[in-house]
Design a protein. Structure first.
Length: 387
């Protein structure tokens, strides 16, 4: 089998993920396509991930891509995580990764409704609530969660859960979003504060082609292999939040080729992607929390080295990262004035240090005084938090 070294994997990461100056893109859509989809658990991360990969894209263009232009669509999918997908990928995501989440959400919600005595038939209650939500959105076009609570009385119910109580509106809207019935559409907020409204997917999306689950997973895996390959079977199982059977079926149908990596397990590449990738020119990058690049694999030694514990929190969520030539070498934070500060975990050449500080100055100017808050703080970030 062909051997793909850690060095070549870092070269692939640099160019495929649009992180080198020569590979940077000019639209939010192209930035998302470079990494399959952008993590959207925290709204600012979508904007910051695009900034890291673009030449001249401003916050307003990214907000427009998520709203007015419909170019990027937020959808709950892999690992019950919210992503901003290119719209043309939604037809693959809904029957596969999103449907897997929806099945689990529906079963759990029905169970909790029946346990709480809200209705003897949880499925019938959900169906009635779904009809009322759809009717409300047909009448009003787009509504916030609070507005839907006001016009759909049935979803004002509070469901007792383990350790806390939750509004049925949250559970129901999460489920309907995973099923592709509703979608996060236009926003009343501006970066970094997103306030998306719910609207009907049938009026927001242009997804006439309906794939099977197998076809959907195959397309997602194909895009992942192009962007993140080579990766192991374990990487794909983790990233998809799926099963080995699903991954193996997709790899077989794609006629993926096994390659040798530095670890004990083989990696996989698409059959038309076997040519070696040379080192790109020297580059640096500043990536936000949960960026797709740092979260793209389960096995991360080839770009994290010994820094995993410092750059991820205890639940496995990545904080901000600073990169030099395909390796994560530190993190970044903002000071009280909003200036971006780089914090290194290892010595780096002076040229790379100057480049990172230059990128920090560029990001500070791009943020234009905006402070980015986050619920995902690595130990490296906490060591440098503002006291």
């Amino acid at each position: 089998m062909r051997y793909v070294s850690g060095r070549e994997r870092r070269a692939r990461l640099a160019t495929r993920h649009a992180l080198t100056p020569g590979a940077r893109v000019s639209t939010p859509l192209a930035a998302a396509e470079a990494v399959v989809a952008l993590h959207a658990t925290e709204a600012p991360s979508v904007h910051l991930s695009v900034w890291a990969r673009s030449r001249t894209v401003g916050p307003e263009q990214i907000t427009a891509a998520l709203g007015r232009d419909h170019a990027l669509v937020k959808q709950l999918a892999m690992r019950r995580t919210l992503f901003a997908f290119p719209q043309d990928l939604i037809s693959a995501v809904l029957p596969s990764a999103a449907a897997r989440v929806a099945t689990a959400e529906r079963a759990g919600t029905i169970r909790d409704i029946e346990r709480a005595g809200i209705a003897p038939g949880g499925a019938a209650w959900l169906d009635a609530a779904r009809r009322d939500v759809v009717t409300a959105l047909e009448a009003h076009g787009a509504l916030s969660t609070a507005e839907l609570r006001r016009v759909v009385p049935i979803i004002r119910t509070v469901i007792p859960g383990i350790g806390a109580e939750t509004w049925s509106s949250y559970r129901l809207l999460t489920l309907l979003g995973a099923e592709g019935v509703i979608v996060r559409g236009p926003s009343r907020g501006q970066f970094p504060n997103a306030r998306p409204l719910w609207t009907l997917a049938s009026t927001w999306l242009d997804t006439h082609h309906h794939m099977t689950a197998t076809e959907g997973y195959r397309e997602i895996v194909r895009r992942w292999l192009h962007a993140f390959g080579p990766g192991t079977e374990e990487d794909l199982v983790w990233w998809l939040g799926a099963t080995k059977t699903i991954v193996r079926t997709a790899l077989t149908e794609l006629e993926a080729i096994p390659v040798t990596l530095d670890g004990p397990h083989p990696g996989w590449l698409l059959p038309d992607d076997m040519d070696p990738v040379p080192d790109p020119p020297s580059w640096t990058a500043l990536l936000p929390v949960l960026d797709p690049t740092v979260m793209g694999w389960k096995h991360r030694d080839f770009y994290l080295g010994s820094h995993a514990a410092a750059l991820f929190d205890k639940l496995g969520n990545a904080g901000t990262t600073a990169w030099v030539n395909g390796r994560a070498v530190g993190c970044w934070t903002q000071d009280e004035d909003g200036a971006v500060q780089v914090h290194l975990l290892q010595p780096i050449p002076d040229r790379a240090r100057r480049s990172l500080h230059h990128r920090a100055a560029q990001l500070t100017a791009w943020l234009d005084g905006r402070h980015i808050s986050t619920g995902y703080r690595s130990s490296a970030m906490l060591d440098h938090r503002i006291s």
